[in-house]
Design a protein around this ligand. Structure first.
Ligand code: TXA
Ligand code: MG
Length: 337
C-alpha cells in the first residue's frame, strides 16, 4: 500500500476509536491536541482525567470546516464570521454562545464554547473522518509544557492516550489566539498564533479583559485557566542579558552540583559555556522562536535541568505571545539587588 493509503487507513481507524469514545492525540498547526468526541460527555471526562485537568478549565472544540459552527454554537455574530473568514483554518479560537448539544463538561459549565478550525491537514482529515467535532486541549499534563512533537505526547502522557497520530513537528509551535467574539467587540483572552496586529487589521481595536473582573460591563472575565502557572519545565527559568561586550551574564552563577541550561538567541556572542547541559540557540525572528520554544523547554526537562538561563526577548508587540508563554513557564528576571 502507498504511504497515502496507509495514512488513510490509519485515520479511518483513529476516527473509529474516537467515535467509540477513545482518546486520540493529533497534530494541529499549533501544538498536538488530546482529542475526544466533543459531543460525548464520557469521552470528554476521560480527557480531563488523562490531563489531570480541573473541571473548571474549558476545552476547545475543533471543527473540520466553518459550516459545522451551528453544531456547537447557538449564535454566530458578524464579528465572529469575519474573524473566521479571515483566519480559519488557522490558529485562532473564537469564544461564542454554545449550542445545547455541547456537554457541560466541555465548557466547564460556561454558556460559551471555544471553537476553531485547525489548518493541519491531518487534523482536518481526522475530524472529517470522525464525523463529529473534537474537543482537544493541548496533549500535555495540566500545567506542563505543550507538545509540539508526537514524542512529547508519548513521553508526557504515555498510555493515558489510546493513540497518537504522528504529523512531525508542528508549524506554529505555540497555541492558538483565543478571542471572545460573543459580544460586539473582539476581546483577547489568550495571545497566540495570530497576532493582535493581524486581528486588528480585520476587525479594528481588540479589547483586553482587566485582571480583577472590574472590566467594562460588556467585557468578560479573563479566560478561565489562564491565571495559573502553565507550560512549566521543571527548571527554574532566569532571565539574563548581555554585557557591553555582548556576553551573556549568568547571574546568579550556576551551581556545580545540578544540571543547568541556556536558551539564547543565535547571533551575538556564541562562546560555549562549559557545564551547560543544554544550549539552545533560538531564532531571532518571532515565528522561528515560537516554533522552537516548547521543544527547547522539553529539552531542559529531558536533560534534568534544575535551572535555565533565558536570554531576554527583543522588545516589540509581536513578541507578546512568546513572552506570555515564557512568563507562564515561570521566567523571572534575575534579582540583581
Ligand atoms: O492551539 C490550541 O488552541 C491548542 C490546539 C490543540 O488546538 N489547544 C489548546 O487547548 O491550547 P487548551 O485546552 O490547552 O487551552 C484552551 C484554553 C483554555 O485554557 C481557556 O483559556 C480557553 O482556551 N477557553 C476555552 N473555552 C473557553 C470559553 N468558553 N471561554 C473562555 N475561554 C475559553
Ligand atoms: Mg494547554
Amino acid at each position: 500500500m502507498t504511504d497515502h493509503g496507509e495514512r488513510y487507513a490509519e485515520i479511518q481507524r483513529l476516527a473509529e476509536l474516537l467515535r467509540a469514545g477513545g482518546l486520540v492525540a493529533f497534530p494541529t498547526e499549533t501544538v498536538y491536541g488530546l482529542g475526544a468526541n466533543a459531543l460525548d460527555a464520557d469521552a470528554v471526562a476521560r480527557v480531563f482525567a488523562a490531563k489531570g485537568r480541573p473541571a473548571t478549565v474549558p476545552l476547545i472544540v475543533h471543527l473540520a470546516a466553518v459550516e459545522q459552527l451551528p453544531i456547537v454554537t447557538s449564535r454566530q455574530s458578524e464579528l465572529a464570521l469575519r474573524l473566521a473568514q479571515a483566519f480559519w483554518p488557522g490558529p485562532l479560537t473564537l469564544v461564542l454562545p454554545r449550542a445545547s448539544a455541547v456537554p457541560d463538561a466541555v465548557t466547564a459549565g460556561l454558556d460559551t464554547v471555544g471553537v476553531r478550525v485547525p489548518a493541519h491537514p491531518l487534523a482536518r482529515a481526522l475530524i472529517a473522518a470522525a464525523g463529529v467535532p473534537l474537543a482537544a486541549p493541548s496533549a500535555n499534563p495540566f500545567t506542563r509544557i505543550s507538545p509540539t512533537t508526537a514524542a512529547h505526547v508519548r513521553r508526557q502522557l504515555g498510555d493515558r492516550v489510546d493513540a497518537v497520530l504522528d504529523g512531525g513537528p508542528t508549524e506554529v509551535g505555540i497555541e492558538s489566539t483565543v478571542v471572545d467574539a460573543s459580544g460586539e467587540r473582539a476581546v483577547l483572552l489568550r495571545p497566540g498564533g495570530v497576532s493582535v496586529a493581524e486581528l486588528e487589521a480585520v476587525v479594528g481595536p481588540v479589547q483586553r479583559p482587566t485582571r480583577d473582573g472590574d472590566a467594562a460591563l460588556d467585557a468578560p472575565q479573563a479566560s478561565p485557566g489562564m491565571s495559573e502557572r502553565h507550560y512549566s519545565p521543571r527548571a527554574r527559568l532566569i532571565e539574563v542579558e548581555r554585557d557591553s561586550r555582548g556576553q551573556l551574564v549568568l547571574s546568579p552563577a550556576p551551581g556545580e552540583a545540578s544540571a543547568w541550561g541556556l536558551v539564547r538567541m543565535v547571533g551575538g556572542d556564541a562562546t560555549p559555556f562549559t557545564g551547560a547541559a543544554v544550549d539552545q540557540r533560538m531564532p531571532q525572528d518571532v515565528t522561528g522562536y515560537a516554533r522552537r520554544l516548547f521543544a527547547a523547554l522539553h529539552e531542559l526537562d529531558e536533560a534534568g535541568c534544575e535551572v535555565a538561563y533565558v536570554e531576554r526577548l527583543p522588545a516589540g508587540p509581536e513578541w507578546e505571545a512568546v513572552a506570555d508563554r515564557l512568563r507562564r513557564a515561570g521566567l523571572r528576571a534575575a534579582d540583581r539587588g
